[in-house]
Unconditional design. Structure first.
Length: 197
């Protein structure tokens, strides 16, 4: 049986928190709340943002009126994927000729600019969840165009995964499971893939 590849970043003191200009996401804080010596058990308090570490963006993260995280059914978080590379998306004539997977897995680690027409062709496919390794750069003036376009298409994006995972299988099983939060724009998530057996 093929091994699972865990694409999830560790939530620890070395985790990079998103910042751009004067803006920064909330810091990650993990502090002991209860001690075994005094309470008989140990509990930690976590303070973090919805987009901390490896996470899933709901459409409302970038689109007015977009769906919140709780609109993503749990059944859509476990399934099969098809790998799409940055090289495929750099080709403006790219037209995917396959269907049946529940997820798209983008390997965007190559420094190539994705064609907007190729992205639109990809987003026309049925999968509700797109998982991304690396950071896709679209051939557009807006650096967040890909994220906005994805949200407008009603798709959920699992991102900020580990990059140093070697080559990824072209197809297989995938898990993109967020916390069961209600009414929010995203959640930290566990993201794992396994090549076809």
């Amino acid at each position: 049986m093929n091994e699972w590849i865990d694409l999830t970043r560790k939530l620890d003191q070395d985790l990079s928190i998103y910042r751009e200009g004067d803006y920064a996401d909330p810091p990650l804080i993990a502090e002991r709340w209860a001690e075994r010596a005094t309470e008989g058990f140990e509990v930690w308090r976590l303070i973090l943002g919805t987009q901390t570490g490896t996470h899933i963006d709901a459409p409302c993260h970038f689109a007015d009126g977009g769906a919140t995280l709780d609109r993503l059914p749990a059944s859509a978080c476990v399934g099969t994927y098809r790998l799409v590379t940055a090289a495929c998306l750099a080709d403006r004539d790219f037209r995917p000729g396959w269907a049946g997977e529940t997820h798209l897995l983008l390997d965007a680690r190559a420094p190539l600019r994705a064609s907007t027409s190729a992205i639109d062709a990809l987003l026309a496919l049925p999968p509700l969840v797109v998982a991304m390794v690396g950071n896709l750069q679209a051939d557009h003036d807006d650096p967040l165009w890909f994220h906005r376009r994805l949200a407008e298409a009603g798709k959920y994006l699992a991102e900020d995964t580990l990059d140093d995972v070697g080559s990824l299988p072209p197809a297989g099983d995938i898990i993109t499971l967020p916390l069961r939060l209600v009414g929010v724009s995203g959640s930290p998530a566990r993201v794992m893939v396994r090549g076809k057996r």
